[in-house]
Design a protein around this ligand. Structure first.
Ligand SMILES: NC(=O)c1ccc[n+]([C@@H]2O[C@H](COP(=O)([O-])OP(=O)(O)OC[C@H]3O[C@@H](n4cnc5c(N)ncnc54)[C@H](OP(=O)(O)O)[C@@H]3O)[C@@H](O)[C@H]2O)c1
Length: 238
Protein backbone atom coordinates (compact mmCIF):
# COMPACT_ATOMS: atom_id res chain seq x y z
CA UNK A 1 0.00 0.00 0.00
CA UNK A 2 1.08 3.57 -0.65
CA UNK A 3 1.69 5.44 2.60
CA UNK A 4 1.40 8.75 0.74
CA UNK A 5 -2.19 9.96 1.11
CA UNK A 6 -3.23 7.14 3.45
CA UNK A 7 -5.34 7.77 6.55
CA UNK A 8 -3.75 5.78 9.35
CA UNK A 9 -4.78 4.81 12.84
CA UNK A 10 -2.03 3.70 15.22
CA UNK A 11 -2.90 2.15 18.59
CA UNK A 12 -0.57 2.73 21.53
CA UNK A 13 0.63 5.87 19.77
CA UNK A 14 1.68 7.87 22.83
CA UNK A 15 5.12 6.35 23.33
CA UNK A 16 7.66 3.83 22.08
CA UNK A 17 7.22 2.41 18.60
CA UNK A 18 3.68 3.80 18.22
CA UNK A 19 4.85 7.37 18.69
CA UNK A 20 7.69 6.82 16.19
CA UNK A 21 5.22 5.32 13.72
CA UNK A 22 3.04 8.43 13.79
CA UNK A 23 6.08 10.62 13.02
CA UNK A 24 7.25 8.27 10.26
CA UNK A 25 3.76 8.17 8.71
CA UNK A 26 3.62 11.97 8.54
CA UNK A 27 7.10 12.12 7.07
CA UNK A 28 6.10 9.56 4.43
CA UNK A 29 3.12 11.71 3.39
CA UNK A 30 0.16 10.15 5.20
CA UNK A 31 -2.83 12.49 4.86
CA UNK A 32 -3.87 11.97 8.48
CA UNK A 33 -2.86 9.87 11.47
CA UNK A 34 -5.22 9.06 14.30
CA UNK A 35 -2.89 8.64 17.27
CA UNK A 36 -4.82 6.39 19.62
CA UNK A 37 -3.88 6.02 23.27
CA UNK A 38 -5.45 4.97 26.54
CA UNK A 39 -5.01 8.58 27.64
CA UNK A 40 -5.17 10.82 24.59
CA UNK A 41 -3.64 13.70 26.59
CA UNK A 42 -0.32 11.83 26.44
CA UNK A 43 -0.26 11.92 22.62
CA UNK A 44 2.28 14.22 21.02
CA UNK A 45 0.28 15.98 18.30
CA UNK A 46 2.63 18.27 16.43
CA UNK A 47 0.39 19.31 13.58
CA UNK A 48 -3.07 19.31 12.09
CA UNK A 49 -2.59 15.90 10.45
CA UNK A 50 -2.43 14.17 13.88
CA UNK A 51 -5.75 13.47 15.56
CA UNK A 52 -5.46 12.20 19.17
CA UNK A 53 -8.00 9.52 20.02
CA UNK A 54 -8.87 7.75 23.26
CA UNK A 55 -8.61 4.00 22.82
CA UNK A 56 -7.99 1.23 25.29
CA UNK A 57 -8.12 -1.81 23.01
CA UNK A 58 -9.60 -3.95 25.80
CA UNK A 59 -12.67 -1.66 26.13
CA UNK A 60 -15.38 -2.41 23.54
CA UNK A 61 -17.20 0.90 24.16
CA UNK A 62 -13.99 2.85 23.43
CA UNK A 63 -13.42 0.79 20.27
CA UNK A 64 -16.97 1.60 19.11
CA UNK A 65 -16.43 5.31 19.79
CA UNK A 66 -13.12 5.22 17.87
CA UNK A 67 -14.90 3.73 14.85
CA UNK A 68 -17.45 6.55 14.94
CA UNK A 69 -14.68 9.19 15.04
CA UNK A 70 -12.25 7.57 12.61
CA UNK A 71 -14.60 6.45 9.86
CA UNK A 72 -12.13 7.25 7.08
CA UNK A 73 -9.21 4.99 8.06
CA UNK A 74 -7.42 3.12 5.26
CA UNK A 75 -4.40 1.84 7.22
CA UNK A 76 -4.96 0.30 10.66
CA UNK A 77 -1.79 -0.33 12.66
CA UNK A 78 -2.39 -2.50 15.73
CA UNK A 79 0.70 -1.54 17.67
CA UNK A 80 -0.55 -1.53 21.29
CA UNK A 81 1.13 -4.28 23.25
CA UNK A 82 1.65 -5.37 26.83
CA UNK A 83 4.40 -7.30 28.57
CA UNK A 84 3.18 -8.55 31.94
CA UNK A 85 3.89 -12.28 31.82
CA UNK A 86 7.39 -13.72 31.79
CA UNK A 87 8.17 -17.35 32.73
CA UNK A 88 5.23 -19.34 31.44
CA UNK A 89 5.12 -21.66 34.48
CA UNK A 90 5.31 -19.02 37.19
CA UNK A 91 3.48 -16.02 35.69
CA UNK A 92 0.17 -15.33 37.42
CA UNK A 93 -3.08 -16.03 35.60
CA UNK A 94 -3.86 -12.29 35.78
CA UNK A 95 -0.60 -11.39 34.01
CA UNK A 96 -1.15 -14.03 31.32
CA UNK A 97 -4.72 -12.80 30.83
CA UNK A 98 -3.51 -9.20 30.57
CA UNK A 99 -1.09 -10.04 27.73
CA UNK A 100 -3.63 -12.17 25.85
CA UNK A 101 -6.23 -9.46 26.52
CA UNK A 102 -4.25 -6.81 24.64
CA UNK A 103 -2.35 -8.86 22.04
CA UNK A 104 -5.14 -11.24 21.01
CA UNK A 105 -8.61 -10.17 22.15
CA UNK A 106 -7.91 -6.44 21.96
CA UNK A 107 -6.37 -6.61 18.50
CA UNK A 108 -9.17 -8.81 17.20
CA UNK A 109 -11.79 -6.50 18.73
CA UNK A 110 -10.29 -3.50 16.96
CA UNK A 111 -10.07 -5.36 13.64
CA UNK A 112 -13.66 -6.61 13.80
CA UNK A 113 -14.99 -3.15 14.65
CA UNK A 114 -13.01 -1.36 11.92
CA UNK A 115 -13.85 -3.86 9.16
CA UNK A 116 -16.80 -1.87 7.74
CA UNK A 117 -14.60 1.25 7.64
CA UNK A 118 -11.76 -0.58 5.89
CA UNK A 119 -14.16 -2.23 3.43
CA UNK A 120 -15.32 1.25 2.37
CA UNK A 121 -11.78 2.39 1.54
CA UNK A 122 -11.50 3.05 -2.17
CA UNK A 123 -8.65 1.02 -3.66
CA UNK A 124 -8.38 -1.35 -0.69
CA UNK A 125 -7.05 -1.08 2.83
CA UNK A 126 -4.29 -2.54 4.99
CA UNK A 127 -4.17 -3.90 8.54
CA UNK A 128 -0.77 -4.17 10.18
CA UNK A 129 -0.35 -6.23 13.34
CA UNK A 130 2.79 -5.42 15.29
CA UNK A 131 3.79 -8.83 16.64
CA UNK A 132 7.29 -10.00 17.56
CA UNK A 133 9.99 -12.51 16.66
CA UNK A 134 8.55 -14.34 19.67
CA UNK A 135 5.47 -15.02 17.51
CA UNK A 136 7.61 -17.49 15.56
CA UNK A 137 9.19 -19.34 18.49
CA UNK A 138 9.14 -18.75 22.20
CA UNK A 139 11.75 -16.71 23.99
CA UNK A 140 11.42 -18.62 27.30
CA UNK A 141 12.23 -15.69 29.67
CA UNK A 142 9.17 -14.04 28.07
CA UNK A 143 7.23 -17.30 27.69
CA UNK A 144 3.77 -15.94 28.52
CA UNK A 145 4.21 -12.87 26.30
CA UNK A 146 5.62 -15.11 23.53
CA UNK A 147 2.53 -17.33 23.64
CA UNK A 148 0.26 -14.29 23.29
CA UNK A 149 2.28 -13.02 20.32
CA UNK A 150 2.18 -16.50 18.71
CA UNK A 151 -1.60 -16.54 19.12
CA UNK A 152 -1.80 -13.09 17.53
CA UNK A 153 0.27 -14.36 14.59
CA UNK A 154 -2.04 -17.36 14.14
CA UNK A 155 -5.01 -14.99 14.23
CA UNK A 156 -3.36 -12.83 11.56
CA UNK A 157 -2.97 -15.88 9.32
CA UNK A 158 -6.56 -16.92 9.98
CA UNK A 159 -7.85 -13.54 8.87
CA UNK A 160 -5.75 -13.27 5.70
CA UNK A 161 -7.80 -15.27 3.16
CA UNK A 162 -11.12 -13.82 4.28
CA UNK A 163 -9.85 -10.24 4.28
CA UNK A 164 -8.29 -10.70 0.86
CA UNK A 165 -11.78 -11.19 -0.58
CA UNK A 166 -12.69 -7.81 0.89
CA UNK A 167 -9.64 -6.09 -0.70
CA UNK A 168 -7.98 -5.77 2.71
CA UNK A 169 -4.42 -7.01 3.17
CA UNK A 170 -3.12 -7.97 6.59
CA UNK A 171 0.57 -7.87 7.41
CA UNK A 172 2.53 -9.21 10.38
CA UNK A 173 5.44 -7.22 11.80
CA UNK A 174 8.03 -9.36 13.59
CA UNK A 175 10.55 -7.09 15.30
CA UNK A 176 13.54 -7.97 17.42
CA UNK A 177 14.33 -5.85 20.49
CA UNK A 178 13.40 -2.16 20.18
CA UNK A 179 14.74 0.50 22.52
CA UNK A 180 11.48 1.34 24.32
CA UNK A 181 10.10 1.18 27.87
CA UNK A 182 8.85 -2.36 27.26
CA UNK A 183 12.30 -3.94 27.35
CA UNK A 184 14.28 -1.27 29.20
CA UNK A 185 15.44 -3.88 31.74
CA UNK A 186 16.57 -6.44 29.15
CA UNK A 187 20.30 -6.03 28.48
CA UNK A 188 20.60 -6.76 24.75
CA UNK A 189 21.29 -4.78 21.58
CA UNK A 190 18.20 -2.85 20.50
CA UNK A 191 17.13 -0.89 17.44
CA UNK A 192 15.75 2.63 17.83
CA UNK A 193 11.98 3.09 17.49
CA UNK A 194 12.57 5.62 14.68
CA UNK A 195 14.66 3.20 12.57
CA UNK A 196 12.21 0.37 13.26
CA UNK A 197 9.25 2.55 12.24
CA UNK A 198 10.94 3.56 8.97
CA UNK A 199 11.68 -0.04 7.99
CA UNK A 200 8.20 -1.08 9.06
CA UNK A 201 6.64 1.47 6.68
CA UNK A 202 8.94 0.27 3.89
CA UNK A 203 7.57 -3.25 4.48
CA UNK A 204 3.99 -1.95 4.30
CA UNK A 205 4.77 -0.16 1.04
CA UNK A 206 6.13 -3.42 -0.41
CA UNK A 207 3.17 -5.39 0.96
CA UNK A 208 5.38 -7.92 2.77
CA UNK A 209 3.15 -10.40 4.60
CA UNK A 210 5.93 -10.77 7.17
CA UNK A 211 7.90 -7.61 7.91
CA UNK A 212 11.26 -7.98 9.70
CA UNK A 213 11.96 -4.32 10.54
CA UNK A 214 15.42 -4.36 12.15
CA UNK A 215 18.80 -6.07 11.65
CA UNK A 216 18.27 -8.73 14.32
CA UNK A 217 14.81 -9.52 12.98
CA UNK A 218 16.20 -9.82 9.45
CA UNK A 219 18.95 -12.16 10.63
CA UNK A 220 16.54 -14.28 12.68
CA UNK A 221 13.99 -14.17 9.87
CA UNK A 222 16.57 -15.71 7.53
CA UNK A 223 17.21 -18.47 10.07
CA UNK A 224 13.46 -19.06 10.46
CA UNK A 225 13.13 -19.40 6.68
CA UNK A 226 15.97 -21.93 6.72
CA UNK A 227 14.86 -24.02 9.69
CA UNK A 228 12.09 -23.43 12.20
CA UNK A 229 13.79 -25.88 14.58
CA UNK A 230 17.12 -24.06 14.47
CA UNK A 231 15.27 -20.80 15.09
CA UNK A 232 13.54 -22.30 18.14
CA UNK A 233 16.87 -23.58 19.50
CA UNK A 234 18.61 -20.24 18.94
CA UNK A 235 15.86 -18.42 20.83
CA UNK A 236 15.74 -21.03 23.57
CA UNK A 237 19.42 -20.56 24.41
CA UNK A 238 19.73 -16.74 24.25
N1 LIG B 1 10.19 -3.16 22.52
C1 LIG B 1 10.48 -4.33 21.93
O1 LIG B 1 11.59 -4.87 22.06
C2 LIG B 1 9.47 -5.02 21.06
C3 LIG B 1 9.90 -6.10 20.29
C4 LIG B 1 8.98 -6.77 19.47
C5 LIG B 1 7.68 -6.30 19.43
N2 LIG B 1 7.29 -5.24 20.18
C6 LIG B 1 5.91 -4.80 20.09
O2 LIG B 1 5.88 -3.47 19.61
C7 LIG B 1 4.67 -2.84 20.05
C8 LIG B 1 4.99 -1.50 20.66
O3 LIG B 1 5.68 -1.74 21.89
P1 LIG B 1 6.78 -0.73 22.47
O4 LIG B 1 8.07 -1.41 22.39
O5 LIG B 1 6.62 0.61 21.87
O6 LIG B 1 6.34 -0.76 24.01
P2 LIG B 1 5.94 0.37 25.04
O7 LIG B 1 6.87 1.52 24.94
O8 LIG B 1 5.78 -0.35 26.33
O9 LIG B 1 4.52 0.87 24.50
C9 LIG B 1 3.39 0.06 24.58
C10 LIG B 1 2.21 0.86 24.05
O10 LIG B 1 1.05 0.03 24.08
C11 LIG B 1 0.04 0.74 24.79
N3 LIG B 1 -0.92 -0.13 25.42
C12 LIG B 1 -0.73 -1.11 26.35
N4 LIG B 1 -1.90 -1.65 26.70
C13 LIG B 1 -2.86 -1.01 25.97
C14 LIG B 1 -4.25 -1.12 25.88
N5 LIG B 1 -4.97 -1.98 26.64
N6 LIG B 1 -4.92 -0.33 25.00
C15 LIG B 1 -4.24 0.55 24.24
N7 LIG B 1 -2.93 0.73 24.29
C16 LIG B 1 -2.25 -0.05 25.15
C17 LIG B 1 0.79 1.57 25.81
O11 LIG B 1 -0.05 2.59 26.31
P3 LIG B 1 0.16 3.25 27.79
O12 LIG B 1 1.18 4.32 27.63
O13 LIG B 1 -1.20 3.75 28.14
O14 LIG B 1 0.63 2.15 28.71
C18 LIG B 1 1.92 2.08 24.94
O15 LIG B 1 1.50 3.13 24.13
C19 LIG B 1 4.00 -3.83 21.01
O16 LIG B 1 3.01 -4.57 20.34
C20 LIG B 1 5.16 -4.73 21.40
O17 LIG B 1 4.71 -6.00 21.85
C21 LIG B 1 8.16 -4.58 20.99
Amino acid sequence: MKIQGSIALVTGANRGLGKALVSALLEAGAAKAYAAARDERTVFADGSRVVPLTLDVTKPEQIAAAVRTAGDVTLLINNAGALNSFNVLTSSQADLDADFGVQVHGTLGVIRAFLPVLERAAGGATIVNVLSLTSLASFPPLGGYSASKAAAYSMTQALRPELKQKQIEILAVLPGPIDTDMVKDLPMPKTSPADTAKELLAGIARGDEEIFPDPMAQQMGALWNKSHKEFERAFGTF
